[in-house]
Design a protein around this ligand. Structure first.
Ligand code: SF4
Length: 455
């Protein structure tokens, strides 16, 4: 079974990589802080963004239907997918209708969630990811490790080796400028020869039926504008009521993500250009179920900025792949159990509950509270390790009975003093990275009763 602790241990074997990963993400967190502190109305923006999303979640079906009506009026073909399978089949059917076996795709975490690339490959369709980070992990046959910075776990030398193998750059070449130029040439050819382009969606506007795609590289625009068929795929929570609400979210998004004041390209797509076909696929895939969980519905407010990952001390030192789910980090840990509670039961425990994620979240999701609440749900549903569950029960009994607590404390101190290896050994994961402290001579209770008597 996949397990965050075991996968983190793998990542931690390369200590230099861990340090550099940690420092790079912290650098981005600091950039975010500077950008945020530069605008006095930041907290107002967060509150407004959060309230707009509250409204969206309370009226989701109304806004989605309004969006569909307006998109149809604009000449866009609208599809509804209940789950990942339906989403993938819809995309494949469009490809087949156009007899296309090649596609260029910009960054879309939804298609990662639905494992679209693998599905299309099994059905004879070649997909080229056009976001640079996504292309790098695609060449490495790895999933993205971060929602904004998909290859943040890779060193430039490793990227150089990949490009040497796949794009023919010189062996040992690791200059980012040279590598970026090689990727640029390679992708340009892809853009010019693909009939079908797929993009994600950052925001879909109910009022107008348009959608907005934010990228720093302009790759979504290149793909969409040069293709005969543009397919845009979005989770149903991406809807916002009116165009004016973009002014809030666009200001929140990139400041939180990378510390930039605005994304380089925020492109609006409303209708297909003459001769082009435009499709939008609206995907549920468990979102309605999450909406029905009062404690967890707020997780659907997420605008995928990634700042909860950049700030999380666990994410920074365990790497995105240790979360074994499409969306890593704190937000992934509260979204994934909704999709598969058993398979992701370890994730809400991969947190210190320090609350830094909730502090930086631009739409005020109570992430650390939800992590704590998921733990309670998972324990009740029986999805925690049997040894841990038995240990917790024993601890609860001990804490609830003062005489048992006293005896346990005394014997624990005696064992720690006389047989330290019984406590601190390789079988006890707590001591793998820790020094065992000197056991105290007496408990606080013993000290207190002695000193109180004296006084
Ligand atoms: S939960 Fe909040 S901080 Fe994390 S990615 Fe989503 S919007 Fe950003």
């Amino acid at each position: 079974m996949r397990n965050h602790a075991a996968l983190s241990e793998e990542f931690n074997k390369d200590e230099a990589r861990v340090d550099w990963h940690d420092e790079t993400l912290w650098f981005i967190r600091q950039k975010r802080d500077r950008a945020v502190h530069a605008i006095p109305e930041w907290e107002w923006l967060r509150e407004t963004g959060s309230q707009i999303k509250n409204n969206v979640l309370s009226n989701l079906s109304t806004y989605l239907e309004q969006f569909e009506t307006n998109a149809l009026k604009n000449g866009v073909q609208v599809h509804w997918a209940a789950d990942a399978k339906e989403h993938n089949e819809i995309v494949l059917s469009i490809m087949k209708r156009h007899q296309a076996d090649r596609m260029v795709k910009s960054k879309s975490m939804l298609t990662e969630e639905c494992h679209l690339n693998d599905f299309l490959a099994e059905n004879g369709v070649e997909v080229i990811d056009s976001d640079l980070g996504e292309r790098i992990v695609q060449l490495a046959k790895e999933p993205p490790s971060h929602i904004v910075l998909p290859c943040i776990h890779k060193k430039k030398e490793e990227i150089g080796d990949l490009f040497h193998e796949h794009l023919g750059t010189a062996s040992g070449e690791a200059d980012p400028q040279v590598l970026t130029e090689a990727a640029r040439q390679h992708l340009r050819d892809t853009f010019l020869t693909r009939k079908v382009a797929l993009t994600g969606v950052n925001f879909a506007i109910a009022e107008t039926g348009e959608f907005v795609v934010c990228t720093n590289e302009g790759n979504a625009d290149m793909g969409a504008h040069l293709s005969d068929v543009h397919i845009a795929c979005m989770g149903i929570e991406k809807i916002i009521p009116e165009r004016k609400h973009l002014s809030v979210f666009l200001r929140l998004l990139t400041r939180s993500a990378t510390g930039q004041p605005i994304t380089t390209y925020s492109s609006h797509f409303m209708k297909p250009r003459q001769g082009q076909e435009m499709h939008i696929v609206l995907v549920d895939n468990g979102r309605s179920r999450q909406l029905g969980r009062p404690d967890f519905r707020n997780s659907l407010k997420c605008i995928r900025c990634g700042s909860c990952m950049n700030t999380c001390p666990v994410y920074r030192r365990s790497g995105g792949h240790s979360y074994h789910t499409t969306i890593a980090g704190p937000i992934g840990a509260i979204l994934a159990p909704n999709l598969d509670m058993k398979d992701h039961a370890d994730l809400p425990f991969a947190s210190t509950l320090c609350g830094s994620c909730s502090n930086v979240c631009p739409v005020k999701i109570d992430i650390h509270d939800q992590l704590y609440k998921w733990r309670q749900v998972l324990v009740k549903e029986g999805h925690v390790d049997a040894v841990k569950a038995a240990g917790m029960k024993a601890m609860a009994y001990t804490f609830a009975n003062p005489s048992v607590f006293e005896v346990a404390g005394k014997s624990g101190r005696w064992f720690m003093k006389n047989f330290p290896s019984l406590v601190s050994n390789r079988l006890n994961p707590w001591y793998k990275e820790r020094e065992m402290p000197e056991p105290p001579k007496e408990s606080f209770r013993e000290w207190y009763s002695k000193n109180r008597k004296k006084s």
